[in-house]
Ligand binder design. Structure first.
Ligand code: FES
Length: 148
């Protein structure tokens, strides 16, 4: 059996929504100093708090690219509240799984989305509970593990 699903390979080879949004409403960056993997997420949000556009850049492994690509597809057109509910497990499931030692890479995408939403809240003076975002910690997000 192949190590990576066809969906993972597809999103790795043809990642969706790669790039940046110059006039983004929120930008989130998370990364890990140990392996140097960085993820940056840009969101454009309309007056109904719907994410109308989302782009990402990542300097990371194939699994990080595939999970970010899938995550952006799942979030586009959703409200920011719905986006916050997207878990890395849901993204991994949508990709038909990842090898166990690569699950931590999917957390980077989830954390980048959350960081972008937090930035959107900050820029627009929208109150939120800081406790809801305290897990945005690059070291925790990555777990310090590095491999392909
Ligand atoms: Fe660091 Fe995948 S995100 S190895």
């Amino acid at each position: 059996m192949a190590l990576y699903s066809e969906k993972v390979m597809d999103h790795f080879r043809n990642p969706r929504n790669v790039g940046q949004i110059d006039d983004a409403d929120g930008v989130g960056e998370v990364g890990n100093a140990k392996c140097g993997d960085i993820m940056r997420m840009y969101i454009k949000v309309d007056e109904n708090r719907v994410i109308t556009d989302i782009k990402f850049n990542t300097f990371g492994c194939g699994s990080a690219i595939a999970t970010s690509s899938m995550a952006t597809e799942m979030i586009k057109g959703k409200t920011i509240e719905e986006a916050l509910k997207l878990s890395n497990q849901a993204v991994v499931k949508a990709l038909d799984g990842l090898p166990t030692h690569k699950i931590h890479c999917s957390v980077l995408a989830e954390q980048a989305v959350r960081a972008a939403v937090k930035d959107y809240y900050d820029r627009h003076g929208i109150a939120y509970n800081p406790e809801d975002f305290k897990e945005i910690d690059p070291e925790e997000a990555h777990g310090g593990h590095c491999g392909l």
